[in-house]
Write a protein that binds this ligand. Structure first.
Ligand code: TXA
Ligand code: MG
Length: 351
């Protein structure tokens, strides 16, 4: 199919509302539209249409048992699709619109195809003005996974989307770079006053804990066992992954440099914090070094990570190394994405 590209002027998005209306009509007719959100680009279709859900899975090359998030234009709209409750509205008041996805029991209005056959449904009300207008004009909730081909990093620019999705969707809306750059925080409501964190994001455990008890699902961090070297390859858990193997280093900067040198890889990529760029380049002369942003600036790291992983692919590296992030605050989201990109290959360089 031919893919239509719509470019939105971010300084005057209202000039594009007619184009966004036309894209909403494509959704209403069962077609697929890629749209920007404040987290990553989404690959959208009508969430109430089982056939549209099937098209989404096909375009992504994703197994159809992996459920889709449904996007609404106001938090109240969730009422039509999920068994909401007090806790949902408390979360909505504090964090919506924004990068939070809430899992609740589903109503029949959402077909099983959209939910990957589960009894629950994931609801998110994005903040991005283009996303909100698209949903509002469509008049239906929009089911949207990240708009990448299954297995590669989520797209944070229209260029990433075009690389993965041109010819596979009806419309791509170019809304510039996504603000945050990692996918939404996902929580599941458990009873009246508890949440389980399923995927960390910009909204942190610390922030959620002000509202109620938060349990972190084991899979978020895959807690490491004691030991010098922890290697758990598990290819099926490799997501967001560059083609070259990614290795995460846990230890002092000089110990990391020594480790990389001792590995003697010719064609090597290294992700480093801004303040360490020169030191790393001096230490590992043949390396191509990527700037992740300052070690204190997790927002910049989140914004850059997926772009860097995609860029790294162009160099055909034999191996890529990166520092292991902390698990504090937004660090947990970086940690979660990076251990998956690395298929859990973490080298412990601490004594
Ligand atoms: O930021 C985001 O959340 C982006 C933008 C486009 O909104 N979307 C996104 O969707 O990241 P996706 O499909 O790439 O990731 C959604 C995750 C999947 O891992 C899926 O398994 C999980 O959410 N999920 C969806 N519905 C669920 C449910 N009912 N129960 C458990 N997990 C669910
Ligand atoms: Mg995804």
């Amino acid at each position: 199919m031919t893919t239509e590209l719509i470019k939105v002027d971010l300084n005057a998005p209202e000039k594009s509302f007619d184009d966004i209306k036309a894209a909403a009509e494509v959704i209403r007719r069962g077609g697929l539209v890629v749209f920007p959100t404040e987290t990553v680009y989404g690959l959208g279709g009508n969430a109430t249409d089982a056939l549209a859900a099937k098209k989404i899975y096909a375009a992504k090359g994703r197994p159809s048992d992996n459920p889709l998030i449904i996007h609404v234009s106001t938090p109240d709209e969730a009422e039509g699709y999920a068994e909401t409750g007090e806790l949902y509205y408390e979360l909505a008041k504090r964090f919506m619109p924004g990068p939070l996805t809430v899992i609740m029991n589903s109503k029949q209005s959402i077909p099983p195809e959209t939910r990957g056959g589960l009894d629950t449904v994931a609801v998110r009300c994005p903040e991005n003005v283009i996303a909100r207008k698209l949903i509002e004009f469509a008049g239906v909730p929009i089911a949207a996974p990240s708009a990448n081909l299954s297995g590669s990093p989520s797209p944070t620019t229209a260029k990433h989307v075009i690389d993965d999705m041109e010819g596979r969707v009806d419309v791509i809306i170019d809304g510039g770079e996504c603000d945050f750059g990692l996918e939404s925080t996902i929580v599941k409501i458990e009873g009246d006053s508890a949440l389980t964190l399923l995927r960390p994001g910009k909204i942190t455990v610390e922030e959620l804990s002000h509202i109620c008890d938060v349990k972190i699902a084991d899979a978020v961090v895959d807690k490491l066992k004691d030991g010098e070297r922890v290697l758990s390859p598990g290819m099926k858990y490799r997501h967001y992954a560059p083609t070259a193997p990614l290795v995460l280093l846990d230890g002092e900067l000089d110990a990391q440099i020594e480790y990389i040198k001792a590995d003697r890889i010719d064609n090597v990529g290294v992700l480093a914090y801004s303040e360490n760029l020169e030191h790393v380049q001096e230490g590992i002369k043949n390396a191509k070094v990527f700037d992740l942003g300052s070690s204190f600036d997790e927002a910049t790291q989140a914004h850059r990570l997926f772009s860097i992983l995609r860029d790294a692919d162009k160099f055909n590296f034999d191996k890529i190394y990166a520092p292991l992030p902390s698990k504090e605050g937004v660090g947990l989201a970086l940690y979660n994405r990076m251990i998956r990109a690395a298929a859990h290959t973490i080298i412990n360089l601490k004594h």
